[in-house]
Design a binder for this molecule. Structure first.
Ligand SMILES: Cc1cc2nc3c(=O)[nH]c(=O)nc-3n(C[C@H](O)[C@H](O)[C@H](O)COP(=O)(O)OP(=O)(O)OC[C@H]3O[C@@H](n4cnc5c(N)ncnc54)[C@H](O)[C@@H]3O)c2cc1C
Ligand SMILES: NC(=O)C1=CN([C@@H]2O[C@H](COP(=O)(O)OP(=O)(O)OC[C@H]3O[C@@H](n4cnc5c(N)ncnc54)[C@H](O)[C@@H]3O)[C@@H](O)[C@H]2O)C=CC1
Length: 502
């Protein structure tokens, strides 16, 4: 019988949410011992954090050995151990190394795994962590054509970054990058996507730094391989600009070739044998050469088109890692996205258990200008806020804690097609009735500016390019000024909008 170790605070997950939660708990509770349990030996650390505006933040993400966190926060003990079972009635965690840990307060930050079409198929892969990127790179280095499924962040980045390999990009929508931008913005990007990339990429927003020496890398690779069952993901999600500095080359000379199939889903994944025995005819985009080629795998789309390729990347979103926790415990889980529901204090429906990051579903009455997206900034914010709530909870004044300002307004800065992209508030008029109004300003190849107005007040904005409008628009969303008298001038390029509202 293994003895049980008790901790005031236990955090599960070495991703951005878990590490931020453990670090903040450490600062708030210097005299308490905090345990961080992580299935991967590498953890994610946020560095160079800075606020760009009140709600927009930028930071670097470093992948570090788990020993670094203990060195930096001596009251945090980091254990490379996978939680196999949660007994919430007894407040005990059982791990893969047969250990048992009891807790006063627990925060689940177990992240998510890629939602993969045809899961388990040898020619269909997903991308989540360093290891899955390695698999992708290796496969790509021998590939001349891939099918890319999905229309969100990962697919958009891959469609732009992959060189030396033909890409058939299959999307459910009628425009690219639907998760982040509207149809007008995707038309703005269309000519840029098909162009070859020239010169150095700017890397303006983020960098992921790999500070590992070779020994740690080797050890990590071995452990990670052993730890996986059926290709399941154990590492933390990659962070901003993960694609930068990672070679993404196939075997053909043509540097950049993308064919977009719109309004489709994948109907079937087929083998060459199935194609031949059923005499199915395959297709090829105009001017692409498909003569006499047999492919390892074929994809049939719902529009009837069948494409052969070397392998398929399923970039179709994330499933929160909840199964281990929901088994035998009464967690409320969101029916649509599968996340553990948390309230405005990041508490789950199970006593003494909190959750943060990709694993959770924001179940509180959100501000009209905020929405949940599974992003690093929200993982950091939720992890930090959960630690404040857990600390207040053990001291009996949780009810005095009001929600952090970061949940007032959605704000995200990223890069797509080498352009800075800023998303503010309800940037795509999400959940708004038809009575909203859109104002748009486009300068081809330079900038795309869209604001969402309702009753003359700004509810959201999408800014592509170096617009310098984020701070002013953030203020206009937060202060809800009636813009009816200024509407005609709001996007006038000859007016300095910052001075206007000063
Ligand atoms: C390819 C890619 C690119 C991305 N690019 C961006 C971007 O540009 N901008 C952006 O904002 N976001 C981006 N994201 C999303 C962002 O990385 C995630 O939203 C964020 O990192 C989630 O953090 P997390 O801590 O909640 O989860 P994760 O990073 O998934 O961490 C979960 C942790 O829990 C551990 N764990 C899981 N189960 C157990 C268990 N049973 N026991 C112990 N430990 C366990 C895992 O080992 C891991 O350490 C990207 C994601 C991917 C996959
Ligand atoms: N720059 C950024 O901010 C980036 C953020 N991310 C984040 O990382 C996470 C994972 O990225 P993605 O996998 O791209 O998820 P995503 O949530 O961004 O996009 C998923 C896409 O897959 C589509 N889809 C879902 N099921 C499908 C199916 N069966 N067939 C076809 N299409 C289907 C959806 O319509 C959606 O377009 C997300 O949380 C995303 O926000 C990822 C890369 C870059």
């Amino acid at each position: 019988m293994t003895s049980e170790m008790h901790f005031q605070f236990v955090v599960i997950g070495g991703g951005i949410a878990g590490v931020t939660c453990a670090e903040t708990l450490s600062h708030l509770n210097p005299d308490e011992k905090i345990l961080l349990l992580t299935a991967s030996p590498l953890i994610k650390a946020v560095t160079n954090f800075r606020k760009v505006t009140k709600t927009l933040e930028e930071f670097d993400v470093e992948e570090r050995s788990m020993f670094d966190l203990h060195a930096q926060c001596p009251n945090v003990i980091v254990a490379h151990d996978r939680v196999m079972k949660l007994d919430s009635a007894e407040r005990i965690l059982h791990t893969s190394t047969q250990k048992q840990y009891s807790y006063e307060k627990l925060c689940i930050c177990a992240g998510g795994s890629p939602k993969i079409i045809a899961e388990g198929h040898p020619h269909v892969i997903g991308i989540r962590d360093t290891e899955t990127v390695k698999v992708f790179q290796e496969k790509l280095s021998n590939a001349s054509r891939i099918v890319l499924v999905g229309n969100g962040g990962i697919a958009t980045e891959l469609a732009y970054e992959i060189n030396g390999c033909e890409v058939i990009w299959a999307i459910k929508d009628d425009a690219i990058t639907h998760t982040f931008i509207d149809k007008g913005a995707s038309q703005f990007f269309a000519p840029i996507m098909s162009k070859e990339k020239h010169g150095e990429r700017k890397g303006l927003v983020k960098r992921v730094k790999y500070r590992l020496d070779d020994d740690v890398k080797t050890e990590t690779a071995v452990k990670a391989t052993k730890g996986r069952k059926g290709g399941s993901v154990t590492g933390s999600a990659l962070g901003p600009d993960w694609a930068e500095g990672i070679p993404m080359h196939g075997v053909i000379e043509e540097s950049h070739r993308v064919h977009v199939e719109k309004c489709v889903e994948v109907k079937r994944v087929l083998s060459l044998n199935e194609i031949e025995s059923n005499s199915l005819s395959t297709c090829c985009p105009p001017l692409w050469d498909d003569s006499n080629r047999d492919w390892p795998v074929y994809i049939e789309l719902t529009n009837g088109h069948i494409y052969g390729c070397d392998f398929v990347v399923s970039a179709t979103g994330v499933n929160p890692n909840v199964d281990i926790f929901t088994s035998g415990n009464k967690f409320d889980v969101d029916a649509a996205d599968g996340g553990i529901i948390v309230n405005e204090h990041m508490q789950t429906s199970v006593s003494h258990v909190y959750a943060a990051g990709d694993v959770c579903h924001a179940g509180w009455q959100t501000s009209p200008y905020w929405l949940q997206m599974r992003l690093w900034c929200q993982a950091r914010q939720m992890g930090a806020f959960a630690s404040h709530c857990m600390t207040a909870d053990v001291h009996g004044h949780l009810e005095e804690i009001s929600q952090d300002f970061c949940f007032e307004m959605f704000a995200h800065v990223t890069r797509f097609f080498d352009f800075k992209v800023v998303l503010l508030g309800k940037f795509n008029a999400q959940g708004m009735e038809k009575d909203h109004e859109l104002l748009v300003r486009v300068t081809e190849g330079q900038e795309y500016v869209k604001v969402v107005l309702q009753d003359g007040r700004m509810h959201g904005a999408l800014l592509i390019g170096e617009t310098d409008l984020e701070e002013t628009f953030e203020n206009l969303i937060l202060n809800q000024m009636d813009l009816t008298p200024f509407k005609d001038n709001l996007l006038d390029p000859n007016i300095d909008i910052e001075d206007y509202f000063d």
